[in-house]
Design a protein around this ligand. Sequence first.
Ligand SMILES: NC(=O)c1ccc[n+]([C@@H]2O[C@H](COP(=O)([O-])OP(=O)(O)OC[C@H]3O[C@@H](n4cnc5c(N)ncnc54)[C@H](OP(=O)(O)O)[C@@H]3O)[C@@H](O)[C@H]2O)c1
Ligand SMILES: [Zn+2]
Length: 338
Amino acid sequence: MPNMTAMVVPRAGAKLERVEREVPRPGPKELLIRVHACGICHSDVLTVEGQMPGIAYPRVPGHEVIGSVEAVGANVEGWKVADRAGVGWFGGSCGYCVHCRRGDSFACMNVHAITGITRDGGYATHMVADLSAAAHVPDDLDEVESAPLLCAGLTTFNALRNSGARPGDLVAIFGVGGLGHLGVQFAARQGFHTVAVNRGREKEELIRSLGAHDYIDSAATDPAEALRKMGGAKAILATVTSAAAMQAIVGGLGANGTMMVIGAVGAFPIDSLDMLGKRSAVKGWYSGVAADSEDTLQFCKLHEISSINEVYPFEQAQAAYERMMSGRARFRVVLKMA
Ligand SMILES: NC(=O)c1ccc[n+]([C@@H]2O[C@H](COP(=O)([O-])OP(=O)(O)OC[C@H]3O[C@@H](n4cnc5c(N)ncnc54)[C@H](OP(=O)(O)O)[C@@H]3O)[C@@H](O)[C@H]2O)c1
Ligand SMILES: [Zn+2]
């Protein structure tokens, strides 16, 4: 078999290392994908720093993948060589347990496959994906531009459409990084009164140009109070990477409002009196499954939504990862394969 190249995390806390390996053969119900582009998500820190149980090293991170099918395993239907395929955080499920049968494959009792965590991801020239994890990618979406839609896009699109907010409602997007800059575009196109919330005013103009109707500087103003003055948010999409920041905005929910917690920040206190007085809720949200990715991609195609990216050659994955971690990227860092 020919060789492939991967940028692996050799052990928790170590820098990425370039390795050559044999190109794997896809097993039954698997696809071999030649990766064309892979976005770098803040969640890749979980693999790099070893912050999640179940990671066996060396591990290839990367769960914002677009590529093309290079080989199909046995018992694969619906896919052929050269089809464009996308893979996100959801890495596959059994399809027959009670959760899968009820449509919640992410809670699968038999397979808990997470791309870049429990199976190798897209910081590589090739990867093997479970059939259930692969999304069809429309031909007219650019693969480098669109790779972040497989996690940053999917997560924000799906969280918003499941937040309970309806067109016209006040919706805040807190944290305008890789996820948040897409969240603003989705919220505006889904018909919400869209308020972007971020520290400082540096990104304000750009974020308004993406569709935000209002902007709150969370470093200069109490964001919860500012939202209450606007009537209270029906939904807050919280993508910040700080628990203290999450805590600071939750009081900005209005009656029957829901805060969709996206950022992986650990514990933060919530005021139960405030919540029961408003019947508000704080709800965690994971990205979605392959069908949700396809909905996201179609929505982006229809509404001309795209990720604003800084593109790095794949071999510079370490520098690209550090750029994402610096918080200075505008807005997503994407690896492009040669
Ligand atoms: N639930 C899911 O399915 C899911 C999916 C993907 C990602 N995630 C998680 O979502 C989070 C965001 O990911 P990302 O890739 O969008 O990260 P990112 O590009 O690094 O963006 C993070 C954003 O949070 C803001 N922020 C950080 N600390 C803040 C603070 N103290 N106050 C105000 N704003 C603050 C940053 O503001 P500045 O612009 O000022 O730096 C930036 O806008 C991460 O925790 C990631 O692990 C979850
Ligand atoms: Zn992600």
